[in-house]
Design a protein around this ligand. Sequence first.
Ligand code: GLP
Length: 241
Amino acid sequence: MEVIGVKDFNEMSKRAAQFVYEDLVNRRIKVMGMATGGTPIGFYKQLVRLYKKGDFSFKGIQTVNLDEYVGLSPENPNSYHQYMYQHLFQHIDIQRDQTHLPNGAAEDLERECVRYEQLIEELGGIDLQLLGIGENGHIGFNEPGTSFHSNTHVVNLTTATREANARYFNDRREVPKQAITMGIDTIMKSKKILLLASGKEKAQAIYRLLYDKVDESCPATILQRHPNITIIADNEALSLV
Ligand code: GLP
């Protein structure tokens, strides 16, 4: 595991974009796993900036997102579908059929989970998975207690996670109670992982990721066992380390 410490959110975003840029230019990524939330917003901005220099293209690349809220259609402004369009897809040469997210509005959620897991397999697995981290150590939407053997599944979001994400909604009552997320095993099968963390709210989770016993009570601890993971975190997120 490599840990790269940087000054702040801006430095984290730039460093992460540079990291991914090198893999894209050298054509090491066919399938890229995307993350949402506040943390990767600066990264996407920097990646778009590098893309505009013209050294690489998204032609032939497929993207798969970690998760999506249940009950929000892809057109809903709070959906991760819209987030990805707004922050990345509308700015790059990528077509609709190259981008994949779980469908949180699917009628049969169980079937949707199976479809999504199979899709990732059929694409040949994830070459590089981008990750953020929840304050309680969740990755994707895998809350504490999730089995390390889990595949894509439906989760009930904890009150803490709903509260942490309420800032993106007009009203906290609008925050969905469930989500579809890649499982821990789905994430761990990625060939390479890049995890980003910024801010003192993440300090405890980063400490636990690095030093706690690997245990399902803190999902991120499993990352200690990943053979190729890089963490880019700012001073505040590393303040307990
Ligand atoms: C959400 C997402 C995660 C994300 C986490 C942290 O729950 N499902 O993928 O890593 O929140 O979000 P933020 O970056 O906004 O702190």
